[in-house]
Design a protein around this ligand. Sequence first.
Ligand code: 5RP
Length: 294
Amino acid sequence: MADKDGNQLAKDYGLNQPAVSQSFYVKGMDHVDWGMKDRLSRIFRPESGKTVMLAFDHGYIMGATAGLERLDLAIEPLAPYADALMATRGALRSCIQPIHNKPVILRASAGSTVLNDDMSSEVVGVDIDDAVRINASCLAIQVFIGANGECSSLQNLVRTIDAGARLGIPTLGVTAVGKEMERTHRYFMLASRVLAELGAHIVKTYYCEDFEKVVAACPVPIVVAGGKKIPEFDALTLTYNAIQAGAAGVDMGRNVFQSESPIGMLKAINAVVHSGFTPKQAFDLFETEKNTLL
Ligand code: 5RP
């Protein structure tokens, strides 16, 4: 080496200290690769182990959804307050600046719209190479357990898990609830467990009664969808109850971007998820933020 003369002698080998044994804080992810852990640690904050994902992928089945008519205007101001952004590649490329440095959960299933009574027929709608170009931190696939498209949607899931695993990209399995599907803990427990057993690294599902059983029976982190817009206090209560039951966060859309104050709502949800605020405390924060931002 050019500078070998004058180099300090290496001597601090910590001979009396055993090698540090490290376990990874994201549920069920101790044995995945380093790159995948790195991506998961961008999604789930290391200090709380939880995440607030902002979902705005609704257009892939609903077209211009209320609150998302102009993605550039609606989402840009919200991005700084979310831990992760869940979106389609089209929305990202056309409307969202690549400057926020937020992990992307890339919607990777496609193939149906709300105009179809049976929405359970989807395909994998994104090539893994394009997911890499987007710099996706996670791929999201919708699965329709108990519906006509059950088998094909499970194929979409496992193909995506395999493609992502080759590159260290985790997959989020979304448990879809069609018109025919029940919203009981027995349904969500079965659906979540199936997705996790097939290799999903994160499961997105809906809050329901006995939710702690759904969480307990699922060996990977569960994030909760918000569903249709409900009053802000109720959405914060849902978030609180889900976190108390063991959820690792939320993946919320309409209850944020259709709120009177989307930023206020994101701040309040963050307070519940990461700081343990009660629904009342979080709602007070929402009201304060709403009035400040008016
Ligand atoms: C649809 C989705 C959406 O991202 C999801 O429904 C989250 O949004 P919302 O909180 O509005 O339900 O995964 O399949």
